[in-house]
Each structure stands twice: as C-alpha cells, then as structure tokens.
Ligand binder design. Sequence first.
Ligand code: 13P
Length: 339
Amino acid sequence: MSERLADIANAMVVRGKGILAADESTPTMKKRLDSINVESTEDNRRDYREMLFRTPAMADHISGVILYDETLRQKAADGTPLVDIIKSQGAIPGIKVDKGAKDLAGAPGEKVTEGLDGLAGRLEEYHGLGARFAKWRAVINIGSSMPSRYCLNGNAHALARYAALCQEANIVPIVEPEVIMDGGHDITRCFEVTEAALNALYAELYEHRVELEGTILKPNMVVSGTENPARAGIDEVAEQTVKCLKRTVPAAVPGIVFLSGGQSDVDATAHLNAMNAGYDMPWALSFSYGRALQAAPLKAWGGQASNAPAGSAAFAHRAQMNGLATLGKWSPELEQDAA
Ligand code: 13P
C-alpha cells in the first residue's frame, strides 16, 4: 500500500467501507464486558476483538480499525498478531493516541484532552508496529454556559498539535472534536456548538501547517440532546449535519467519518444513509462507529467461544448495513430481513 498520507486517507474512506472503532481503553472495555457479565481479562479482551477482526465481512465493509495500545501489540490465540489479521482483511490498522479527556482547569464541567507529551516518540513506535492512522478525541459538553471559548480553543489547539506530529511520523490523523449528545438542548444548539468547534479546529489546523489532504475528520452528527423530548427526525438530522459540515469543513479534506455517540444502531445507520442518499458533498461521508457497530456482536458473543459465530454474524450485519449507508443504499426493510 502507498505510504503517502493522502493515499492512506483516501483508502480509509473508500466507497462502501468505513472504520471500526475498537479502541476502547482498558477501563472502558471493562465496562463493556461488565455489561455482559464477562471478566475483563487480557485474554477475554483479545478473544472478543479477535472474533470481530476474523469476521469475513470485514473485507467487504471495513477499511480500517482503530486499536488501543494493548490490542496493537496483542497476538491471536494461534499466535498471529492481531494487526496481521486486520491487514489480511484489507483493512488499515490505526491507533488511539490520546490519554483521555481530563477536567479543564478553571472551567467546571469542561474537559481538555491530554497526551501531547512524548507523542512524537510514541507515534514513531506505533508506525513500526503497523499503525498508519491515529485518533485523538476531544470532548465538548453542552450546558447553559458551556462550551466556553477557552474550552473550544484549548481542544482545537491540542488536536492541531497532535495532527501535525502525526503527519511528521507519516501517520494520518483522525481529528475528533466530539460534541456530546447529553443534555436537554435542541438541535439548533447542537448545530451552533458543532459549527463553533469545527471553525476553531480548522483555524488551528491551518496555523499548525497541517496538510488537510492527509487528514480525516471524525465529528458528531447534529442531533437533539438526549434529554430533549422533542427529537429531530432522520431527515432533519441529515439536513442540519450536512449544512453544518459544508459551512466549516474545507473541500480538501478527503473524508468525514462519524462517531455514533450513543445513538441507537439503526439511527446511526439511517442518519448516515439519509446524508449520502440526499446530498452532494465534496468529501466522502462514512462511519467510524464504536458502540453502533459493537453493541450487537458484544451481546451475541456474551463471552462464550461457542457464540463466536453469532457474534461474527451480528457484526457482519451492522458492518454491511453501514457499508450500504455510505452508498445511500440502505433501507429499514434490510434490517427486518436479517431479524
Ligand atoms: P462511538 O461510536 O461509540 O461514539 O465511539 C466512537 C469513538 O471512537 C469515540 O471516540
């Protein structure tokens, strides 16, 4: 495969495919495994992820996989490095490199993402281990007086420093400013905050001399807050999200891959499909889902080796549905057919 940043970025958003976010930190993976009453041991985390990566449908619908440090170094039960299994499926291994969102000093309720110290050295090592793209997630909460300009700018600055370091290491940065869905706000407020976050991000990427052709954006969709009873429907989410992205994301960016952020599996698919079916856009629009790809297989697997085929089938289904949504070819009937 080409080592040019723009070629890697384009391969990550090739038509019909998207990214599997399997980069849960060990504490987050423990929560996921707790939810199915499975102990979070290194072997169980490995077995679950190996089941996903060996799913044959990966080859058709998954362009890249974001890993956590542990998984990038892990071997399958038969001794094959998990990275090699991912590559043999035609997918690109990626790595989460941030150190998590921490309290932002002097700004109660707001967060800033850490992880810049020593990052250049870690990126060099990760490249040696096979990673060709990375992820850094900023967290932006909505409240009556949040986010502050201080929070937006601090997070955008960190994202841009990370992106510049990635490109020096020949790694494509996924820049992820996540506006969190929690709250009673309406879709207009989500639009306003997402627009401000993306404007701050692209201003900083410019200042940090980041080559946009070798980046991928991972944003939230523009949606109603989870506690708002008047929920915007599929078409409105698609319309507002595309409008917001067109205002803020330069056409030089090759692709935009959404996070699912707590949407239901089918909502995440339906929203992506509505955007691709209804709008002309300068960038490829795809997915980089964690929960919306993994909730079903995690439940079907349930920690039992004998359930691995059921877990694989559940993952294959969601990967296929989302692959179709990148082409605007998904429909709700396809969900029922599989049920
Ligand atoms: P969700 O799709 O579960 O939001 O996770 C995507 C992700 O990588 C968040 O950083």
